[in-house]
Design a protein around this ligand. Structure first.
Ligand SMILES: Cc1ncc(COP(=O)(O)O)c(C=O)c1O
Length: 453
């Protein structure tokens, strides 16, 4: 970091804070890097430790830095000012260091890493020699039990651990499902707009995408039946449509189930973020109404814990548990057993529940900060009842707007890039989860405003 003295009237701690911020912006101090101790910084800069502490405190409040208890002060991992390559295919969404607004990312600063390390460490120390053998290809039994118990308690889904299959994230969850049930050329209804990163997985597994529009009541089932009556799968996000945020209306749920029964089709319920809900009560999951047993429920720990776990799961109807068990031998669960055991302890010991409770409060606050900051810049926001991202309508070409924002280091995604054939308003999809203060939100909203001018 360059040192610089100034004789201006700006207080010394402000000058120092500004200097550190510039070093972060220029990339000299990259996201996740550790700052020297305040004693060393004070010596380097020829100022008192109190001045250093004031400067660091200001940058922490603004979200530039984060403190990790005992190990020091770091450049916020969720920050980066490097321009992002334009969004192309699925893999390009993933960057080594997450950028502000990165959709799909939970609050990385709020995850209890110390607690997680204790839970993992205990499991590691307790390993017996039998734990070194081949794991269950369908997933660890203890975790399957913990997920079944959790779903009964939190989502009124009645299932047994035999019906739960664990896989390394949504793409592998879907691969297992399709290898167990699909045939080449089967049609699959997909939401339009909808989560684009799973489409290549569907296509690679030989499915034909049948885009279905989404309106204020979710996927338009009438139109799906009219256009693609012979589809064998319907993939949708009924609790909180990704990315529009609407819930699938009760009448459409009934219609969808009736179609599946009549056609022997499978409904895949992607319940990726329903744990986060800020207004009103959610409708029960389709799976909890699945008397005819046509619903396969897909969940993930990516939002509730963290995405690096690469751990998702399926709950499948009893009739097909054997087909899944057989297929899992050929598509075995590759989530490391130690991680699976740690997650099951985390759930079983009540940490999961407490973590979610804390995160709902944090997200309520962070969401409000971003909504207010965007409103102050004159940006409209579509209020959503839940989830971990916002949709900001834009007039004109949203792909150009998103590209400009990404050039300014902001990882927004264009709603247009999530569409297949539907036309409609443009928008920017953005997450609020890693915004750590009102100042931070204001700074990011101002940066977005400058980028879109
Ligand atoms: C709509 C949707 N489904 C599922 C997932 C889960 O994906 P994964 O398990 O690969 O993190 C996500 C994550 O962003 C998502 O947005």
């Amino acid at each position: 970091m360059q040192t610089r003295t100034s004789s201006s009237f700006v207080p010394r701690y402000r000058q120092l804070a500004e200097q550190i911020r510039r070093s972060i912006e220029s990339g000299e101090l990259p996201p996740g890097s550790r700052l020297p101790s305040s004693r060393v910084l004070a010596q380097e800069q020829g100022v008192s430790r109190a001045t250093v502490e004031n400067a660091l405190g200001e940058l922490v409040a603004q979200g530039w830095l984060e403190r990790r208890s005992r190990s020091g002060t770091y450049v916020s991992a969720a920050l980066s000012t490097r321009p992002v390559r334009p969004l192309q295919k699925g893999a390009d969404r993933r960057h080594p260091a997450p950028l502000p607004f990165q959709p799909g990312l939970p609050a990385l600063d709020a995850f209890p890493r110390g607690l997680w390390a204790r839970v993992m460490g205990r499991r590691l120390r307790q390993q017996s020699r039998f734990d070194l053998a081949l794991p269950d290809p369908a997933g660890n039994w203890g975790l399957r039990q913990a997920i079944a118990d959790w779903l009964r308690f939190s989502r009124s889904i009645d299932c047994r651990p035999e019906q739960v299959f664990i896989a390394a994230g949504y793409p592998m969850v879907m691969t297992l499902l399709l290898r167990a049930l699909a045939r080449q050329g089967d049609g699959i209804w997909v939401e339009d707009p909808g989560y684009p990163f799973i489409r290549p997985v569907l296509e690679q597994n030989g499915l034909r995408l049948n885009p279905v529009p989404v309106d204020g009541e979710g996927m338009v089932i009438d139109e799906a039946i009219r256009r693609y009556p012979g589809a064998r799968f319907a993939l949708l996000t009924p609790a909180h449509q990704s990315p529009l945020g609407v819930a699938l209306a009760a009448s459409r749920r009934r219609q969808l189930l009736a179609w599946a029964v009549q056609r022997d089709a499978w409904i895949i319920e992607d319940d990726y973020d329903s744990e986060f809900r800020y207004q009103g009560r959610p409708l029960p999951p389709l799976k909890s109404l699945d008397a005819p047993r046509r619903v396969i429920y897909a969940g993930t720990f990516s939002k509730t814990l963290f995405p690096a776990l690469r751990c998702g799961w399926l709950v499948v109807p009893e009739e097909v548990t054997n087909a899944f068990a057989e297929q899992s031998v050929l598509t075995p669960c590759s989530v490391p057993p130690l991680i699976q055991l740690a997650i099951s302890d985390f759930i079983g010991e009540g940490h999961f529940w407490r973590h979610l409770k804390k995160m709902r409060q944090i997200y309520t606050q962070r969401r409000r900060w971003l909504e207010q900051a965007l409103a102050e810049q004159g940006f409209p926001v579509v209020p959503q009842a839940g989830g971990i991202q916002l949709l900001m309508p834009v007039t004109g070409d949203d792909r150009t707007a998103a590209a400009r924002a990404r050039d300014a280091g902001l990882a927004v995604e264009a709603l247009g890039a999530w569409r297949l054939e539907s036309q409609g308003e443009g928008g920017l999809i953005m997450s609020f989860t890693n915004i750590t203060s009102a100042r931070h939100a204001e700074e990011l909203a101002a940066r977005l405003h400058r980028a879109l001018l």
